[in-house]
Design a protein around this ligand. Structure first.
Ligand code: MN
Ligand code: MN
Length: 296
């Protein structure tokens, strides 16, 4: 089962301005083939479908615990997309065409379907698909797939970083480049234990250190790239059998941390009357308050 924490993994800077087309590009990191919905669902189904969880517990624990982290990545990218829509429309009567800017943005669907928030789809508006999930049941094959998936995800993050200099988007991408690097290394080390092959000699792919990216360097300096979390109050302890030794990219010790990172507040979005979202006016709100009190 899953336990939910009402926090975001990191603090996203409140944007001074929006960029709806940057939001559209960032969608790839959410619902694209190599986006966070794919890493989440791949590890989630592999963990559900895992055979001999007891005998192969360190591998099960790695896949299961990283699943929980990916849930937080989906949440982080979604919140980034929502913040990037700041000021994309104005509040006015319908006849004044308050959503007119949406007509010329790349992702008109976000203006029509979700009131300027995230979609379960990619940067071209294609829906996320269940056949992005690979769960073969063969442990080495699944781990190789996950290693490849994390490297593909890292590549796409770098490319979206190169597409937008929006500070909110870059903060998210900088952090996820570092966390993605952790997952690449975790699957490489799992494969080394499973097969004897040292895949860390191939890394990094692309052969570019995270430190090249201004917004990733801060997280590298904080040691965020050396830590694997259990995301649990006591389970998944056997990730320690895999996440040990030193980080080949910086020579620092690898650390397992119990539980979750501290986290930061989740941004709260203002109402958007021109989208009828959430569509609760002052009078309706007072009625709701009365009904809430009556039921207490
Ligand atoms: Mn991720
Ligand atoms: Mn990952």
């Amino acid at each position: 089962m899953f336990k939910r924490v009402n926090k975001l993994l990191i603090e996203l800077p409140a944007p001074e301005y929006g960029d709806a087309n940057a939001a559209a590009a960032v969608q790839e990191l959410l619902g694209g083939k190599f986006g966070e919905m794919s890493t989440l669902n791949n590890y989630m189904y592999q963990s559900f479908n895992f055979r001999q969880k007891g005998k192969l517990k360190p591998f099960y624990d790695i896949v299961a615990s990283i699943t929980a982290e990916e849930f937080g990545h989906v949440e982080l990218v979604s919140n980034t997309i929502n913040l990037l829509q700041k000021g994309s429309s104005f509040t006015a009567e319908p006849d004044l065409t308050p959503l007119q800017n949406g007509k010329d943005m790349r992702n008109t669907y976000a203006f029509i379907a979700t009131a300027q928030t995230s979609l379960a789809g990619d940067s071209m508006g294609n829906p996320w698909r269940g056949d992005y999930v690979f769960s073969s049941g063969n442990l080495v094959l699944d781990l190789m797939h996950n290693f490849f998936l994390e490297i593909g995800a890292r590549t796409h993050k770098m490319r979206v970083y190169e597409m937008t200099d929006h500070p909110t988007a870059r903060e998210m991408i900088g952090y996820l480049l570092v966390r993605g690097g952790v997952h690449v290394l975790a699957y490489a080390k799992a494969l080394e234990i499973a097969t004897g092959v040292d895949l860390t000699k191939m890394l990094p792919i692309p052969s570019l250190d995270n430190r090249v990216f201004d917004h990733a360097r801060k997280y590298e300096d904080q040691g965020v790239g050396n830590v694997l979390f259990t995301w649990s109050d006591g389970d998944y302890q056997d990730i320690r059998a895999i996440w040990k030794g030193t980080n080949p990219s910086n020579g620092q010790p690898l650390v397992v941390q119990e539980g979750t990172p501290e986290g930061a507040p989740i941004p709260d979005l203002d109402d958007l009357p021109e989208e009828f979202a959430p569509g609760i006016g002052k009078d309706e709100y007072e009625q709701i308050l009365k009904r809430l009190r009556a039921n207490m």
